[in-house]
Design a binder for this molecule. Structure first.
Ligand SMILES: Cc1cc2nc3c(=O)[nH]c(=O)nc-3n(C[C@H](O)[C@H](O)[C@H](O)COP(=O)(O)O)c2cc1C
Ligand code: SF4
Length: 438
């Protein structure tokens, strides 16, 4: 069953709909609906701008990558050596593999042409004529939707040669992954796109210089590309003004866990976490107290309730010791067993470690085993320091950022909730939530 957008987006007065404004329209996702609602106007405008002017506009907007790291998109585009005679590529990361994140899938389902248009504008800005959308393999139904939209765009002259008489050629194809979390990491994604095993590449060089087939490549997240057309239409300054300084615009947050109104919400960057939990998502069921929040997908360190007034933008969340990441906000109330959370998250990372480098392959496995033993009641006092030590020893010592991504949640939970690990040993029932098996 394919649900309408309202199924995923319950709505809130705090929303500012920039990239989700077409989600609820009749015929959402079709070219006709897109064209009737500003569709491809930004591309036509950009086709008359210089490459520098396009990149400047994106820089001005302070659009930061929505895939996790929050790198400024305009700056990334400016790193592409335009004079390089090699072909240039535009790659869209639609792997959406970070647990708690399910926003790119909404864009692919309800507004795929916005993604194409953003990629075409990126193509104009560096002289690239070929794009690929890398979609996670489990998104079978989405792959069909995106491919149908591509066919529609070709049939009506919005892809292919001399698009709408602008003289610009752009081809676009979907490439499907096979569901490996690691293939969301940009260099592993490029390997996979080239038909090889999805393991990361050493960097530098970064994809902007040597990406797909060792050619200059702009690689951005689905949501990052979809945010570009409104920036070109309304201007970078306008977009910047929606968020906070250096954190322009809105983003699609997914709020899940112990809230009354879980779902996807398009909110301005900088909205406070408190507002998000208690106003946007309707507070915690049963009036229970908040214990902690994972702010940006499972790899981001947990924030305790004392940090509820943090503005949800990249810099403020980093200052609070975590990361805004992919925008997947998981709310956990006072009944949550944090040892179980640490174990559940580590199970995922141990399963998804690609095994290429030892600190990650061994570290995640031993952390999973130790956390499991601890959770099952076989832990000792020494295990708490052992868990800390194992995770510390992964940080910064792995081939790609998955190692850090795996270690950070455990370290964050230990930092703020060490007493819960101690309570496990002492079996203090008031501190150990019952009935919550990981
Ligand atoms: C293990 C791992 C998994 C990742 N998964 C994704 C993903 O599913 N989607 C995504 O856009 N970025 C993912 N990233 C981040 C990408 O490497 C890259 O930074 C991003 O796609 C760049 O686009 P952006 O600048 O628009 O965010 C992942 C990173 C790591 C280390
Ligand atoms: S850090 Fe993990 S996922 Fe990354 S290369 Fe090493 S083993 Fe593979």
């Amino acid at each position: 069953m394919i649900y309408p957008a309202s199924h995923f987006m319950p709505g809130s007065e705090h929303e500012i709909k920039v990239i989700s404004k077409r989600f609820h329209l009749a015929g959402a996702g079709t070219l006709d609906t897109y064209l009737a609602n500003e569709g491809y106007q930004a591309f036509l405008k950009a086709s008359k701008m210089t490459q520098d002017a396009i990149i400047d506009e994106v820089k001005k907007s302070a659009l930061r990558g929505r895939g996790g790291a929050g790198f400024p998109a305009g700056m990334k585009w400016s790193f592409v050596p335009r004079a390089n005679p090699k072909p240039k590529y535009i790659v869209c990361n639609g792997d959406e593999s970070e647990p708690a994140t399910c926003k790119d899938r909404l864009l692919m389902q309800f507004d795929p042409h916005a993604i194409f248009e953003g990629m075409m504008i990126a193509g104009l800005s560096v002289g690239a004529h070929q794009g690929y959308i890398y979609v996670r393999g489990e998104f079978r139904f989405l792959i069909e939707i995106v491919e149908k939209a591509i066919d529609e765009a070709y049939a009506r002259g919005y892809l292919g040669k001399n698009i709408q008489g602008t003289g610009f050629d752009f081809d676009l194809a979907v490439h499907t992954g096979a569901g490996a979390y690691e293939c969301g990491e940009e260099s592993a994604l490029l390997e996979s796109l080239e038909g090889k095993r999805g393991i990361p590449r050493i960097r530098p060089p970064f994809p902007a210089v040597a990406g797909l087939y060792q050619c200059p490549t702009i690689l951005n997240n689905v949501e990052t590309f979809a945010s570009v057309p409104p920036i070109i239409i309304k201007g970078g300054e306008w977009y910047l003004g929606l968020g906070t300084p250096k954190n322009g615009g809105t983003r699609l947050f997914n709020i899940s866990g112990h809230v009354n109104k879980p779902g996807a919400y398009e909110l301005p960057l900088g909205i406070s976490l408190r507002k998000m939990v208690y106003e946007v998502a309707g507070g915690i069921p049963g009036g229970r107290k908040l214990k902690a929040v994972i702010p940006g997908g499972s790899s981001t360190p947990v924030m305790p309730a004392s940090q509820l007034d943090t503005p949800m933008d990249f810099d403020s969340v980093a200052k609070a010791g975590s990361m805004l990441g992919s925008g997947g906000v998981v709310v956990m109330d006072e009944t949550t067993d944090m040892v179980a959370v640490a174990l559940r998250i580590m199970r995922f990372y141990a399963h998804e470690s690609c095994g290429w480098c030892i600190p990650c392959r061994e570290g995640t496995t031993w952390l999973r085993k130790t956390l499991q033993r601890f959770y099952d009641g076989g832990g000792t006092t020494r295990d708490i320091d052992l868990i800390d030590n194992l995770a510390q020893n992964m940080m910064g010592r792995t081939f790609c950022p998955l190692g850090d991504a795996a270690a950070m949640p455990t370290l964050g939970i230990l930092k703020h909730f060490r007493h819960e690990f101690e309570a496990y040993l002492e079996r203090k029932p008031e501190l150990v939530a019952l009935g919550q098996k990981a």
